[in-house]
Design a protein around this ligand. Structure first.
Ligand code: ATP
Ligand code: MG
Ligand code: FE
Length: 347
């Protein structure tokens, strides 16, 4: 089955073509980062308009790269939540109507299920069950995954998501939006032991997270170092390194706890922060210390993309799920409400 995937939940237009036999055939991501940069965050109305502008040309590019035309499609999957309502509606309207015009099935996909299944697009994918660490701009969750749609939430952030914390700390240091990757790069030249950042909520039982205290600690540290409001480059790098080490350690401590408590030693990392090199390395060591393994998508499939939506959509379309003709999106949508997929018919 060949499925076109459309992702438009936030500020990336992601389009991909996935084949259930041959794997990922082509994918393209257009990021609106430059458009929103001057505002320091995503402006919903601008995001919707830019998805309208880019979605169709990207579909053409993806089909051309795969050497196919729309008549080669067997289904269309689009992100239908959670996310920005206007942005979601662009992909949902386009995907639903294109499928209707082509007389093929369509399906709305949960954005976080997309992130969570993205490691399945790589060689040597993990077997079920596994523990998933979802670390993105809007979510920090530990999930036990027993199969597609069989998700139990083990813990989550009580305040900021990990990516959000990276972005806010970066902003305080004057780094451009979105600051996660920039902060991480700066941390490479810093000393992570100079400032003793806390490891929030690791000294008590449970699998929840809290990252807002790290933000406050970052602010106080900056104030303590700055001379006439200006931070020296080395101070900046040391703060970035201390901050990153604290987030990475905290995530690793909770992952280890989740793996020990469930007895499951396969761990996957997904979502934008999963592109962080230090986090990947630390979680590899964590999984190995429990004689397990860690799995993650290539960095470009950690952040928003159409491939993960095409993959998740294909699994559910193969199991017979279909969207109604009416277009609907769900801006807030807990992943645990998803229906389990009992059996996937690959014929
Ligand atoms: P959600 O999926 O929860 O709706 P989102 O789609 O905006 O949120 P993603 O695209 O998965 O989130 O990830 C973006 C986030 O990942 C941003 O906060 C960004 O700063 C962060 N990020 C990306 N690369 C890195 C990195 N190398 N180190 C740390 N953070 C990173
Ligand atoms: Mg984004
Ligand atoms: Fe995302």
């Amino acid at each position: 089955m060949r499925v076109l995937g459309l992702e438009t939940s936030c500020d990336e237009t992601g389009i991909a073509l996935y084949d259930s036999e041959k794997g990922l055939l082509a994918h393209r991501v257009y990021s609106q980062i430059a458009l929103h940069a001057e505002y320091g965050g995503v402006v919903p109305e601008l995001a919707s308009r830019d998805h309208v502008r880019k979605a169709q040309p990207l579909i053409n590019e993806v089909m051309a790269e795969a050497g196919m035309t729309l008549s080669d499609l067997d289904g269309i999957a689009y992100t239908c939540g959670p996310g920005l309502v206007g942005a979601l509606l662009v992909g949902a309207c386009l995907g639903r109507s294109l499928a209707w015009a082509l007389d093929i099935p369509a399906l709305g996909v949960h954005h976080m299920e997309g992130h969570l299944l993205a490691p399945m697009l790589e060689d040597n994918p993990p077997e079920f069950p596994f523990i998933a660490l979802l670390v993105s701009g809007g979510h920090t969750q530990l999930v036990q995954v027993d199969g597609i749609g069989r998700y139990s939430l083990l813990g989550e952030s009580l305040d900021d998501a990990a990516g959000e914390a990276f972005d806010k700390a970066a902003k305080m240091m004057g780094l451009p939006y979105p600051g996660g990757p920039a902060l991480s790069k700066l941390a490479d030249s810093g000393d992570d032991s100079r400032f003793k950042f806390p490891r929030p909520m690791t000294d008590r039982p449970g699998l929840d997270f809290s990252f807002s205290g790290l933000k406050t600690f970052t602010r106080t540290t900056i104030l303590g170092c700055a001379v006439d409001g200006v931070l020296a480059e080395q101070d900046k790098a040391d703060i970035a390194a201390g901050f990153q080490a604290a987030v990475v350690d905290t995530l690793a401590i909770k992952c280890k706890r989740a793996m020990k408590e469930t007895g499951i030693n396969r761990l996957i990392i997904a979502g934008g922060v999963g592109a962080n090199k230090r986090l990947r390395e630390k979680l590899r060591q964590t999984a190995e210390s429990l004689k397990g393994a860690v799995y993650y998508p290539r960095p470009e499939l950690c952040t928003d993309n159409g491939a993960m939506i095409a993959y998740a959509g294909t699994q559910r379309l193969l199991a017979g799920e279909r969207a109604e003709l009416a277009v609907s999106v769900v801006p807030r949508w807990p992943m645990t409400e998803l229906a389990p997929v009992e059996r996937v018919d690959r014929s």
